[in-house]
Design a protein around this ligand. Structure first.
Ligand code: CUK
Ligand code: CUA
Length: 685
């Protein structure tokens, strides 16, 4: 990342040299460069012209302050990188903080042409297909909660995880090349919500279900197969939630179902989930709603779901001893169901893995203070955040102090025994994040604000624990909020992003479907201060994770012939090999092509095949220059690949229509980019 220096305002910036690729396009593949040095900030007072801009644009002091705090000149580095879910765009968005610049959209659950994701590229087609798990070829996902891999509970910047709420899937993304490496369908689960959350050393990535799925007794849930008639009685008897611990191999980036396990849960709607560290190491938590087990049915004479599911004054915080669960699985006490070892509800109760604590009232959010001691739940229908103390929880469990059990026999701890504090914060409290000074920040959806409060010791050691200390209005309908490296032992403070669902009057009207509004808030001082409104015109993000930029070590270029799935040589990469051959594979004709791309030539530039052939093209971008990406697309065939410098990718498609079809490089890569083209001749048979 180059030399990092402290600038005048104390912000770390990197004095990075800019190597511009040669524009001598005829000099193919050249990497001659020149260097630009960055302008240094003037030490003298700003010239008159700055004052003029301010008065001309009628900017107020707050505006100028916000602009100066967030402006990151070209060539400078942001201080943090934010990975935001892309909501039902199915993707992940990558932003800089404080600039709020959108740097990248990572294709995950939805085809994305620029990255050649899901348009004939074998690796990504296989990934999407494997992740679809035989239900149908899924091209939709609803991403909610990103997570970064951890070492000793700290974010280490190596892997990113994101879940698909709609289809209960989990994906891993390498932060070496920002590409999706695995997608797995979570067994026995139809929709998922809580998590991704990683265990302190990323042995497991965990996630909880949202809407319970119908289970066949002893056989779990099979998508497209399991049917249970939906009645209130059947719901209670046969529907089930899950908490799943997916074994993750951080070498390959793959989830390993054979070494994963799952805990069967009652048919409440498990909601947000988190895994603890420090004093809460070994424990996982999820809040829940609809402990009423309402199923809706307005046309059948029952109250609507939202009414019936909001009757109880308390729902249940689920407290799971996952380390003990792991032992139970090792001891062979789990039951294999649809490819995963399941600890049944009965076993979980009997073995002391699952406990409940009352939580008011249809809550949302489940977050842990930096020390690992406090578990914080947003009241949603209750104007308070409720804070639990893991020390008290562990004590109460050890003493077997329970107020009773739920209809399934899960022991319920006494609220007063495990509660650390309740703080009245505002209306509709949802999610909590933390800074490095012992403060929590809660999003209040209904009262449209972020409220700052103090935690208790050891996070906060002052004389005003568990008190509201500041509040700031947001615009509007805030869901999650995010602070750098929150929900880990070492949050960094400084900034807070409010992920607002509505923008109403903050941006020009671009149609009834308005952008979401990410608001950047300065939390470095005592008072929070709004800095910037950032429109998100793509999906509905939920949660985001922010990490210090120094922790990311992405590749600049792939080593020549790299298969990004494994980061090793692509099985079909042969140095210098170009050309094609038509041959029989079983009873099908295949035209197999070895192709290279370099400014400004695609070789071969003519491929002749016959109608009905499977065309399989192994393409290598033989550039070694950073950013010298090429792309490959075939006219009228819906085929698109992106090949980064050094990368080898394979596309496959059936040449089902005869004709002569142009293919070309889709990235404007050099002055002769338009000439970077060729022909696919498909001879009719
Ligand atoms: S949920 Cu969306 S605002 Cu999926 Cu984390 Cu709370
Ligand atoms: Cu390569 Cu255009």
């Amino acid at each position: 990342m180059g030399v990092v220096k402290k600038s005048d305002n104390g912000k770390k910036v990197s004095r990075r040299k800019f190597i511009a690729a040669t524009i001598g396009g005829l000099a193919v593949g050249g990497a001659a460069g020149f260097t630009l040095s960055r302008l240094t900030a003037p030490a003298a007072p700003f010239p008159r012209e700055i004052q003029d801009v301010i008065s001309e644009r009628k900017l107020e002091p707050d505006h100028v302050y916000g602009a100066l705090k967030t402006y990151v000149p070209g060539g400078w580095q942001d201080e943090f990188i934010m990975f935001s879910s892309g909501g039902h765009s199915g993707q992940v968005l990558v932003f800089g903080i404080p600039s709020m610049k959108l740097y990248r959209v990572i294709a995950v659950f939805t085809p994305e042409p620029w990255q050649g994701y899901g348009y004939g590229d074998v690796k990504t087609m296989k990934l999407l297909e494997k992740g679809s798990n035989g239900i149908r070829f899924l091209t939709l996902g609803d991403t909610h909660h990103p997570e970064i891999s951890r070492t000793n509970a700290e974010f280490d910047g190596e892997w990113l995880f994101i879940g698909d709420k709609l289809n209960a899937r989990k994906a891993s993304i390498s932060l070496k090349d920002f590409e999706t490496k695995d997608i797995v369908k979570i067994p026995n689960t139809q929709t998922q919500h809580g998590g991704a959350c990683a265990s302190p050393n990323t042995e497991y990535v965990s996630c909880g279900s949202q809407f319970p799925a119908p289970w066949e007794p002893g056989r779990g849930y099979k998508p497209g197969v399991t049917y249970v008639q939906l009645t209130e009685t059947n719901y209670q008897e046969y529907f089930r939630g899950t908490m799943t611990f997916l074994r993750f191999d951080r070498r390959t980036g793959k989830f390993d179902l054979a070494n994963s396990f799952q805990i069967e849960l009652p048919p409440y709607m498990q909601d947000l989930e988190i895994i603890g560290w420090g004093p809460s190491d070994g424990w996982a938590f999820t809040n829940s709603i609809n402990t009423e087990m309402a199923i809706g049915g307005v046309l059948e004479g029952r109250p609507p779901l939202e009414v019936a599911a909001s009757q109880n004054d308390f729902d249940y915080l689920h407290i799971v001893n996952w380390k003990k669960a792991e032992e139970i699985v090792r001891a062979g006490k789990a039951k294999e169901m649809n490819g995963i070892k399941v600890i049944t509800l009965d076993t979980a109760i009997k073995e002391g893995i699952l406990f409940f604590a009352p939580e008011p009232k249809s809550p949302h959010g489940c977050d842990i203070s930096p020390s690992g001691r406090y578990i914080v739940i947003g009241g949603k229908l209750d104007p308070q955040v409720t804070i639990y103390d893991i020390e008290k929880i562990k004590e109460a469990i050890a003493d077997q102090r329970f107020q009773g059990e739920d209809p399934y026999g899960v022991p319920i701890l006494r609220f007063e025994d495990v509660k650390a504090a309740q703080i009245e914060v505002g209306l509709g409290p949802l999610h909590d994040e933390f800074d490095d000074k012992g403060h929590g920040y809660v999003s209040c959806f209904i009262s449209n604000e972020v409220v700052k409060y103090t935690l208790g010791p050891p996070d906060y050691t002052g004389d005003k624990p568990f008190q509201v200390v500041d509040r700031i209005p947001i615009h509007y309908n805030i869901g999650h909020l995010a602070t750098p490296e929150s929900n880990s032992p070492s949050p960094k403070g400084k900034y807070l992003v409010a992920l607002n669902k509505w923008s109403v009057d903050r941006f020009p009207n671009v149609g009834p479907l308005l952008p979401q509004n990410f608001q950047l808030i300065d939390i470095s001082g005592e008072k929070m201060r709004l800095l910037y409104d950032c429109p998100i015109g793509l999906g509905e993000p939920h949660y985001a994770k922010i990490i210090s930029i120094e922790k990311l070590k992405p590749l600049e270029v792939y080593e020549m012939g790299t298969d990004p799935e494994t980061f090793s040589k692509h099985p079909q990469y042969v140095e210098g090999k170009v050309g094609y051959e038509r041959k029989k594979e079983g009873d099908r004709w295949v035209t197999e092509v070895w192709m290279t791309l370099i400014r400004s030539t695609i070789t071969p530039d003519i491929i002749r095949c016959k109608q009905g052939d499977l065309v399989r093209i192994h393409m290598t971008n033989i550039e070694t220059t950073k950013d010298a990406t090429h792309a490959f697309a075939v006219a009228e065939y819906n085929v698109m690949a992106s090949i980064e410098p050094g990368e080898t990718a394979t596309v496959e498609f059936v040449a089902d229509k005869p004709g002569v079809f142009a293919y070309y490089c889709v990235e404007f890569c050099s002055p002769l980019h338009l000439e970077m083209a060729g022909w696919l001749e498909v001879e009719p048979v």
